[in-house]
Design a protein around this ligand. Structure first.
Ligand code: ZN
Length: 186
C-alpha cells in the first residue's frame, strides 16, 4: 500500500479548505481539524486507506460545496480522483445542510447506528476532536450551557457508533469525562 494517496488527499483537502478557519480563537486553519481526526484514527490502529482519506475529506461536502450542483461536482471529483468507496464514506458522515440545525442534530442520533463500520469510526474520531476543541479552543461566543449541550448530543451520537474499536470508544469516554469536569468547574 502506498502512502502517496494520503498526501494527495491531504493536498486536495487543504486546497478546498484554504479560506476557512476554525470557530475558536487564533484563526486556526480549518484543515487542522480533518488532520487531527485522521491522526486519531491512525493512532488507534486504523489503517484502511479509504477511511483515512475519507477522514481528511469528512467536512468537504458540508463546508466547501453549496447547493446540489456544487455537491455533485465535488462528489464526481472525489470519485474520479480517489474512489467510490471514499465518496460513500464522506457522504455517510455529511449532514444535509438544507435542513435546520436542530433537525440535522436529531438525524445524526437516528442515522448513526445505521452507518457502515468505517463511517461509525470516523464519527467517533470527529466527535472526540470537537470535544477537545470545546475544552481547549471553543467557538468564541458559546456559553457553558451550549458547550454542555454539545457534549450531551455528541455522546448520544457516539452511543450509536460504538463497538468497533475499543480504544477509540474508551478514548471518547475519557475525553468526555475530562471536558465535562472542566466545564462543570468553570
Ligand atoms: Zn469534523
Amino acid at each position: 500500500m502506498s502512502d502517496y494517496i494520503i498526501f494527495e488527499a491531504l493536498a486536495f483537502a487543504a486546497e478546498r479548505h484554504k479560506n476557512q478557519t476554525r470557530k475558536g480563537e487564533g484563526n486556526i486553519p480549518y484543515i487542522n481539524h480533518p488532520i487531527a481526526v485522521t491522526r486519531l484514527l491512525s493512532k488507534f490502529g486504523e489503517t484502511n486507506q479509504d477511511l483515512l482519506v475519507a477522514a481528511l475529506f469528512h467536512d468537504l461536502i458540508e463546508d466547501t460545496a453549496k447547493g446540489k450542483k456544487e455537491i455533485k461536482e465535488l462528489s464526481d471529483l472525489i470519485r474520479d480522483k480517489f474512489s467510490e468507496n471514499v465518496l460513500n464514506i464522506v457522504l455517510e458522515v455529511s449532514d444535509d445542510k438544507s435542513l435546520p440545525v436542530e433537525e440535522r442534530k436529531h438525524l445524526q442520533i437516528i442515522h448513526t447506528p445505521k452507518l457502515s463500520s468505517l463511517a461509525k469510526k470516523l464519527k467517533i474520531a470527529d466527535k472526540i476532536c470537537n470535544l477537545i476543541d470545546i475544552k481547549d479552543n471553543p467557538p468564541k461566543d458559546w456559553t457553558v450551557e451550549r458547550k454542555l449541550n454539545y457534549l450531551n448530543w455528541a455522546k448520544q451520537v457516539v452511543n450509536g457508533a460504538r463497538g468497533l474499536n475499543k480504544e477509540l470508544d474508551q478514548y471518547f469516554d475519557q475525553v468526555y469525562e475530562e471536558v465535562y469536569r472542566f466545564l462543570k468547574s468553570t
